[in-house]
Design a protein around this ligand. Structure first.
Ligand SMILES: NC(=O)c1ccc[n+]([C@@H]2O[C@H](COP(=O)([O-])OP(=O)(O)OC[C@H]3O[C@@H](n4cnc5c(N)ncnc54)[C@H](O)[C@@H]3O)[C@@H](O)[C@H]2O)c1
Length: 261
């Protein structure tokens, strides 16, 4: 399978690259284009994967870069079977504390970037009858007070994916998203550095543990794979069951533990 992975320099994106390379979820020989704006992280992940991976420094919010990503994928892989639109970002602060620029930035990376990449890769996904998977968040369905516009941006991403699934269904292209709950990655590490806070969060989760990047990557690869060949337009929660008991155990708030600042 020939796959573009954004946000591949760390966390969930890195795990998608590693799990794809390991071949447990999708068997076969895979090639991948790893995209991120963090060049050091990209080089580190590419070293782990070997020659199957090419890397590209790009900003997924930039329209010109979306065309560059598609061109680089064709160059390295000769076509595109899968797109994992996973790059994302959070910002602490309530909606009233945010500036319009903060708001636009969060929508640019968490929503619009997936649309830009979808536009740029559409002809190649149509050719391969491929699949696109985006990383949304449990915050797409659960208001998350400390994270201002992040939850609305992920909610919009969820609908973008449903809309794309209907637009692209007749072309045989499947579009889905996964919604992680609390997952230990670079995005959340500072928030979970305090053992008491981490223990409190884990105690609130039915499975009594945070998610790992591999947990989320396995769900993404399932949705990319032929095993999900009749599944399109869904949002697959990977939250350890947390969304079923937020009102009881968590006092509101989903998905992330941002640093206090
Ligand atoms: N960790 C969690 O608890 C959690 C929960 C729900 C959803 N998510 C989502 O999972 C996805 C992956 O996040 P993660 O937890 O692995 O965090 P992470 O910080 O480890 O990875 C995010 C990656 O995206 C890259 N990135 C950010 N903005 C970019 C841009 N404009 N252009 C190119 N690359 C950019 C970063 O450099 C980073 O490598 C995100 O979409 C995030 O919103 C994470």
């Amino acid at each position: 399978m020939r796959v573009i992975i954004t946000g591949a320099a760390s966390g969930i994106g890195q795990a998608v690259a590693q799990r794809l390379q390991e071949g447990d979820v999708i068997r076969g020989d895979h090639r991948m284009l790893l995209v991120d704006r963090d060049t050091d992280g990209l080089a580190r992940v590419a070293d782990m994967i070997g020659p199957a991976a090419a890397i590209l420094k790009a900003d997924v919010t930039d329209e010109a870069d979306s065309a560059i990503i598609a061109a680089a994928a064709l160059d390295h892989m000769g076509g595109i079977d899968g797109v994992v639109s996973n790059a994302g970002a959070i910002a602490a602060g309530t909606l009233m504390q945010m500036t319009p620029a903060d708001y636009d930035r969060l929508f640019a990376v968490n929503t619009r970037a997936t649309w830009l990449l979808a536009r740029a890769t559409y002809p190649y996904l149509r050719e391969s009858r491929g699949a696109l998977v985006a990383t949304a968040s449990m915050a797409a369905t659960q208001p998350t007070p400390p994270l201002g516009a992040y939850a609305p941006a992920k909610a919009a991403l969820r609908m973008l994916i449903r809309q794309l699934s209907v637009d692209w269904g007749p072309d045989g292209i499947r579009c889905n998203c996964v919604s992680p709950g609390p997952t230990l990655t670079g995005m959340t590490a500072a928030g979970y550095a305090d053992p008491a806070r981490r223990a409190e969060r884990e105690a609130a989760m039915p499975l009594r543990k945070l998610g790992t990047p591999a947990d989320v990557a396995n769900a993404i690869l399932f949705l990319l794979s032929p095993l999900a060949g009749h599944i399109t337009g869904i949002d697959l929660l990977v939250d350890g069951g947390l969304s079923n008991c937020l009102m009881i155990a968590n006092g509101g708030g989903a998905g992330h533990a941002p640093a206090a600042s």
